[in-house]
Design a protein around this ligand. Structure first.
Ligand code: 3PY
Ligand code: MG
Length: 255
């Protein structure tokens, strides 16, 4: 069984995970062996479809690291499918209202908290327990994060963060920056963007939620960690390739 993520995320030390955009079980197994605590598969902007995820999931969870899935959209069917595939965390994009946050939680939790439907044998396999024990533990062991990445979501931040059963908020800095009129989220120090990011951390803290964010670079990770975020996407698969090639090319230049 993979690590008890809820217990891990209760600690103040940031949890850094990798972010996959490429499909394939072999590459997923490799990424899971990199020095990050978990692996996220991005089903919104990455290339993995559900059958890819079904084979990538065991390649990741057999290393003991949790699978995190950023789903295509905040749709109840996609939430259930992600959890059934063995995800410990579902990150839903573009959650803009409290109603949307409530729908997200409802889709992720078995009754009485929600209306998740039974049938996830891949999740049961990933957990390494018998079905009845999976059912007992699933609502506690799986977590849901709402992405805050629009001006509309910022306007509804307190109501979204107060949603019972929601586990975390997750900043999408690019969409947030675009929505606020600043283009791609390259400069996290733009005062209005920085204030928005800090308000998301504060709303999470006030409501006992885990503050999460997409970092993608050491610099961005440092900014988010500095604001108290502790569930941070540290690097993408493609970014790691580019950084590795650049480091090796720099060494080659010295030959
Ligand atoms: C964003 O930055 O908008 C994200 O969704 C992270 O990929
Ligand atoms: Mg986004």
């Amino acid at each position: 069984m993979s690590v008890d993520l809820r217990a891990r995320l209760a600690k103040s030390e940031p949890f850094y995970f990798s972010w996959m955009t490429l499909p394939g079980a072999i590459v997923a197994g490799q990424v899971a062996r990199l020095p990050y605590e978990g692996v996220c598969i991005d089903m919104q902007h990455g290339l993995a479809g559900f059958t890819d995820v079904a084979s990538m999931s065991p390649a990741i969870t057999q290393t003991g690291k949790p699978l995190i899935l950023r789903i295509l959209w905040n749709d109840p069917g996609l939430v259930g499918q992600a959890l059934d595939a063995g995800a410990s965390v579902v990150i839903a994009p573009m959650v803009n209202t409290a109603n949307q946050a409530q729908a997200l939680v409802k889709a992720a939790k078995y009754a009485p908290q929600g209306m998740r439907s039974w049938g996830g044998y891949a999740a049961v396999q990933a957990a390494g327990v018998v079905p009845a024990d999976y059912l007992k533990e699933a609502n506690r062991r799986t977590m849901v994060f709402a992405m805050i990445e629009t001006e509309e979501a910022l306007g509804n931040l307190d109501a979204i963060a107060a949603t019972p059963g929601l586990d975390g908020l997750f900043v999408g800095p690019n969409d947030l920056s675009i929505s606020l009129g600043f283009g791609l989220g390259k400069d996290l120090k733009i005062p209005k963007l920085e204030a928005a990011i800090k308000s998301i951390a504060a709303a999470a803290k006030k409501n006992g939620l885990v503050p999460g964010a997409f970092g993608g670079s050491p610099q961005a990770c440092a900014v988010f960690a500095g604001h108290g975020f502790r569930f941070i996407a540290a690097a993408t698969d493609v970014g790691l390739m580019a950084a590795g090639a650049k480091a090796l090319q720099d060494q080659m230049a010295e030959i």
